[in-house]
Design a protein around this ligand. Structure first.
Ligand SMILES: [Zn+2]
Length: 226
């Protein structure tokens, strides 16, 4: 699938420029090395990426949101819900899981929350947002998650983005981009592929520092244990 992401940040998959501020103030992806490890958990890691700069905040790709009252209200709501997803990510870390958390909001109400359970459940599909969407469908007693927004701390993979299409979600809000697996704008853009039968809105980079820090701390602590 080759779809050019047109309306969001350019993909941030390159480690080399991860801490080079761009002319417009944007910065490369944070948590790059952790994401690499996420996909190569057995220590088969590639060359070290440089530590992302702590001072340069990641800027979401749509600075037009600044200064628009309605969107500012939405931004505050998004951050509020992302904090709940972050609580789920921390719960995952406490269980020794890679700290990813997700919640599903329908008509302003939280209808599901979940965190990564891949190790504990020995289940390759037990990603936070995947589990949260299944729970939302059970709670709402419908497979169509129309009217729902999925908040997740890490950019969804192909599997989870695929479920978002199949569940007909309205919107996905995520924190950190995933240069090794992101399917909502980084490696692919499953959210806006006209060949698929559903498209949905995506808001990247919400509380990106907090989301990336959860991953960073988890992998640092795990490396110390080894
Ligand atoms: Zn996934």
């Amino acid at each position: 699938m080759q779809v050019q992401p047109e309306r969001r940040q350019e993909p941030l998959q390159s480690c080399e420029r991860s801490d080079q501020p761009k002319p417009d103030g944007r910065q490369g992806n944070q948590g790059v090395e952790e994401h690499r490890e996420l996909h190569e958990p057995d220590g088969q890691r590639g060359p070290e990426c440089r530590e992302p700069s702590e001072e340069q905040p990641f800027m979401p790709s749509q600075p037009t949101q600044q200064g628009q009252p309605a969107l500012q209200g939405q931004q505050a709501l998004d951050e509020q819900f992302m904090r709940m997803a972050l609580d789920e990510a921390r719960a995952a870390a406490e269980e020794g899981e890679v700290p990813c958390g997700a919640i599903v909001v329908c008509d302003g109400e939280v209808v599901a929350r979940a965190h990564n359970r891949r190790e504990g459940d020995a289940d390759p599909s037990a990603h936070a947002e995947f589990r949260a969407m299944l729970e939302a469908a059970r709670n709402l007693e419908r497979w169509r998650l129309t009217g729902c927004t999925v908040y997740v701390t890490l950019e969804p993979c192909l599997m989870c983005a695929g479920l978002m299409v199949n569940a007909r979600i309205d919107r996905c809000v995520f924190g950190a981009s995933d240069p090794k697996g992101g399917a909502l704008g980084t490696l692919y853009d499953v959210s806006h592929d006209p060949r698929l039968n559903h498209e949905f809105e995506v808001t990247p980079g919400v509380l990106v520092d907090d989301c990336a820090n959860e991953l960073r701390q988890f992998f640092r602590a795990r490396r110390k244990k080894k």
